[in-house]
Write a protein that binds this ligand. Structure first.
Ligand SMILES: [Zn+2]
Length: 293
């Protein structure tokens, strides 16, 4: 009986050892490995990252810097771009909301701006007056006919090159939008023609405060190669307070602010004289125009 006990003990140890060996071959858990098929054969593992993980988005581009406005070619927009490369369209555009200015002017007859810009100008002049600064307007809205008359008169005597220096061709003047105004200092009569307006206290006030009312100094010094106009400290263009604040803060022309090409020259070397002297020639020039930008 002793030998049979020994035999049974040996069988038991064999089973235990066999079970241990089997346990090392099988992974723990009842589910088969994802790399084994139902027949137990092993298939190559697929790259997990490509098949199961979401593809990360490419590094996002930094957002475009936002600006208060974009340029418009709608003549009725307060952000319409008008320069030697961008005439009004239609070229004889007339605003439909012109109102007579109630501020001080240097001309005998009425002057007009579009309603929004006229109201802003009125508020600006009132605030200036409250601070002891007296401003006056010498030119505001000009019609296509009025600009054609001025240009044609000059052109007959001076020719194209000289006339282009002093007068915008009709359809190319910001004054035709009803959003541009020429401001002077009547307290300094020696500057009434604008030549030294930028050395007056009135100009200093305008430079400091006009953006808050939506006006920019449209033709700054040293930007003729961009705007097509020499320095005109008196010429203000209404674009709204948000845009004007950004333009003034960064000391830009509208062309630069709106990321538009420079406009130093007209495409056509000569103006359309038939247009100037044709049916438009009979137009009556209204008011006194000191500058014809
Ligand atoms: Zn002007």
């Amino acid at each position: 009986m002793r030998s049979r006990d020994l035999w049974a003990l040996c069988c038991l140890c064999g089973l235990v050892l066999s079970g241990c060996a089997h346990a090392e071959d099988e992974p723990s858990g009842a589910e088969p490995s994802r790399t084994q098929d139902l027949q137990g054969t092993t298939t190559p593992a697929e790259p997990r990252a490509q098949s199961t993980l979401p593809v990360p988005d490419p590094t996002p581009e930094p957002p475009e810097p936002t600006r208060a406005s974009d340029p418009s070619w709608d003549p009725a927009s307060i952000h319409v771009l008008v320069n030697r490369q961008n005439p009004l369209d239609p070229v004889d555009y007339t605003p439909d909301d012109l109102v007579e200015l109630e501020v001080r002017t240097t001309v005998g007859g009425p002057l007009y701006l579009r309603e929004e810009s006229a109201q802003a100008l009125d508020e600006m002049f009132s605030e200036a007056a409250d601070q002891g600064v007296v401003l006056a307007v010498t030119s505001a809205y000009r019609s296509f006919d009025g600009q054609a008359r001025v240009y044609s008169d000059r052109h007959q005597h001076l020719g194209t090159e000289a006339t282009d220096e002093f007068a915008a061709r009709p359809g190319y003047s910001e004054h035709q939008t009803g959003l541009a105004v020429d401001v002077i200092s009547i307290e300094n009569p020696e500057c009434i023609h604008g030549d030294c307006f930028d050395r007056t206290p009135e100009f200093a006030w305008v430079q400091e405060n006009s953006a808050g009312y939506g006006f920019v100094i449209r033709y700054p010094e040293g930007a003729e190669h961009i705007t097509g106009f020499g320095y005109e400290p008196w010429h203000l263009r209404y674009v709204g307070p948000e845009t004007a604040a950004e333009v003034a803060k960064e000391d830009l022309t509208l062309e630069e602010y709106w990321d538009q090409p420079a406009a130093p020259d007209y495409d056509e070397p000569e103006p359309d004289l038939d247009l100037l002297r044709g049916e438009r020639a009979g137009a009556q020039h209204q008011g006194v125009v000191t500058w014809e930008d």
